[in-house]
Ligand binder design. Structure first.
Ligand code: DNO
Length: 348
């Protein structure tokens, strides 16, 4: 496996120098963050990320994310032009050494949480999704500002989008995803890039918005749409792991054996009685997921894709972008290193 770390570019308070000091760190996961979805990424921006990483003996070879414009997901407006721009961005990333591109196909919002700084008994804070904080919220009636939601949309735009997705439904979203893949995957193949879809987070509908990258049956359907190693998964344990019905080690076994996992987001979550969840420290005993079984399943199939620790808690007084501080993600990375070392030796 290739250990990686997400870096938000020059504005990230966590320096590449610090990241490079984490044992075993090799790859940087980043993106051009100052260009809107649907626009072409300047080559200079990609060149700059690449050079900065090289100065610290790190390689910029994973992009997270090239965002998919809502009109592609909705199949409306100038979709063909938007798809051309998307393909051009893949080509440009490849020119600068990128081997894996992450994206998601979630309507309107990326991930959903109700609080980003929930204090645990040890005074660390983390992201949570509590159903009792969600109850009674109706985005069609109320003005909702859930933490982390794209503030560039006005409430009226959000309502319009929700209405459009309601009409489209799950099958419509599948159709548009298929169109996207049929256009984009051949380009990725040509440039030696693996496209890695991120699962829906959480993997069930919120506010009635369709969600399709949610469980084993749907991942099978997704991978069959275009049967190519360039059409792969970013298997996020914490996102899929919010649904009790998802058996994560079993899913990893299956997709790693077929070489369809390009990228692993490894983190732990605690699922509560009522289906709410809390992001927790990476260690198995801290949450609902068995991290040893997860890494064992990867090692069994000689997984050599990218891995990154995901969403850390805020600990040791650190402040910053929720989920993306240095300390707890670095602890996660060293734990992941330990699990891989042990499992790899056991597999020999
Ligand atoms: C959350 C991330 C996601 C992920 C996108 C990929 O912290 O895992 O925002 O980057 O869904 O497109």
């Amino acid at each position: 496996m290739k250990l990686s770390f997400r870096w938000y570019g020059q504005d990230d308070p966590i320096s590449l120098e610090y990241i490079s000091q984490i044992p075993g760190m090799k790859s940087i996961v980043s993106a051009v963050y100052d260009v809107k979805p649907g626009e072409v990424w300047p080559r200079e921006s990609l060149a700059q990320i690449k050079e900065e990483c090289q100065k610290h003996n790190l390689v910029f070879d994973v992009v997270e994310s090239i965002p998919v414009h809502e009109d592609i997901k909705l199949g409306r407006g100038d979709v063909d032009n938007l798809l051309d721009v998307y393909c051009e961005n893949i080509r440009r990333c490849a020119e600068y050494g990128v081997k894996c591109v992450t994206y998601n196909f979630m309507p309107v919002f990326d991930w959903t949480r109700t609080q980003l700084d929930k204090k645990a008994s040890d005074s660390s804070t983390s992201l949570v999704m509590y159903w009792d904080q969600m109850k009674g919220l109706d985005p069609l009636k109320d003005d909702i500002h859930l933490p982390g939601w794209d503030s560039s949309y006005t409430q009226d735009q959000v309502r319009e989008l929700i209405g459009a997705y309601d009409k489209l439904g799950e099958e419509g979203l599948w159709k548009n995803l298929e169109k996207f893949l049929k256009k984009v995957i051949p380009v990725a193949e040509e440039c030696g890039v693996k496209m890695a879809i991120h699962p829906d987070d959480p993997p069930y509908p919120i506010f009635g918005l369709p969600r399709i990258i949610t469980n084993e049956e749907n991942l099978d359907r997704f991978l069959a749409l275009v049967d190519s190693p360039s059409n792969s998964l970013c298997l996020c344990t914490g996102s899929l792991g919010c649904a009790k019905s998802n058996d994560i080690p079993k899913m990893i076994e299956k997709y790693a054996s077929k070489d369809r996992i390009a990228f692993m987001h490894i983190r732990n979550v605690k699922i509560m009685e009522d289906g709410s969840f809390e992001e927790r420290a990476h260690l198995s005993s801290c949450g609902s997921l068995d991290m040893y079984e997860i890494v064992k399943a990867l090692c069994k199939h000689g997984f050599d894709g990218y891995v990154r620790p995901d969403h850390g808690r805020m600990i040791w007084g650190e402040t910053g972008k929720p989920g993306y501080g240095l300390f707890d993600r670095a602890l996660g990375a060293t734990y992941i290193n330990g699990l891989f070392e042990a499992c790899q030796k056991n597999c020999k």
